[in-house]
Design a protein around this ligand. Structure first.
Ligand code: AMP
Length: 171
C-alpha cells in the first residue's frame, strides 16, 4: 500500500542460516535458544540492507530495534541520511495469546525457537528485560503508537494504516 520495504531482522537471520553464511552460523546459537543476537551484528546487517535497497518510499522495520542500543544506533544511521524514524508501532497482544500463536506456528514454521514452551518463556523474559524499554525510548520522542493486536487481520491492518496516515513523514 505504501511502497515501503519490509526489513525483518529475524527473516534476514533465517535467510543467512539457510544459506550457511558466517553471519548465519554466528547467529544460530542465540536464535535457537531465544536470546538476542549481539547488537553490533544486527546493526551491521541492517545497515547493509538499507545501503543495498533501491526504489522504496521508506522502510518498515520488523523485530528491530530490540534494544535501546539498537534504537540509538538506528537513529544515528538514519539521521546521518537526513531520514529519521517517522513512528514506532507496538502491536500489543497478551502473553498467553502469543504463546498459543507461537506454538501453533511452530507446527508449520519448523522454527526451533517456536517448538517448546520453555524457549517461548525465555523469549518473553528477554522481551521484558531488553525490548520493552525501547517503547519508552520512542515515547520520549513522541513517536510511540500502540495497536491492539488481537482481532481480525483486516481490522488490525486498518488500524495500522490509520497510524501510518497520521505520521508526519519528511520527504
Ligand atoms: P524473530 O523472527 O523476530 O522472532 O527473531 C528470531 C530470532 O532472531 C530472535 O529470537 C533473535 O535471536 C534473532 N533476532 C531477530 N531480530 C533481532 C534483533 N533486532 N536483535 C537481536 N536479535 C534478533
Amino acid at each position: 500500500k505504501y511502497n515501503l520495504e519490509h526489513i525483518s531482522t529475524g527473516d534476514l537471520f533465517r535467510k543467512h542460516l539457510n544459506e550457511g553464511t558466517e553471519l548465519g552460523k554466528s547467529a544460530q546459537k542465540y536464535m535457537d535458544d531465544g536470546f538476542l543476537v549481539p547488537d553490533e551484528v544486527v546493526i551491521g546487517m541492517v545497515d547493509d540492507k538499507i545501503q543495498s535497497s533501491t526504489g522504496a518510499n521508506g522502510f518498515i522495520f520488523d523485530g528491530f530495534p530490540r534494544t535501546i542500543n539498537q534504537a540509538e544506533a538506528l537513529d544515528k544511521l538514519l539521521n546521518s541520511k537526513g531520514n529519521p524514524i517517522s513512528g514506532m508501532i507496538s502491536l500489543e497482544v497478551p502473553f498467553e495469546e502469543l504463546k498459543k500463536r507461537l506454538l501453533e506456528r511452530g507446527k508449520i514454521s519448523g522454527r526451533v525457537d517456536d517448538q517448546n514452551e520453555e524457549k517461548i518463556d525465555n523469549r518473553i523474559q528477554v522481551y521484558l528485560k531488553e525490548t520493552l524499554p525501547v517503547s519508552q525510548y520512542y515515547k520520549n520522542q513522541n513517536k510511540f503508537n500502540a495497536i491492539h493486536g488481537v482481532g481480525s487481520i483486516d481490522d488490525i491492518f486498518n488500524n495500522i494504516c490509520e497510524v501510518i496516515d497520521s505520521l508526519k513523514i519528511e520527504k
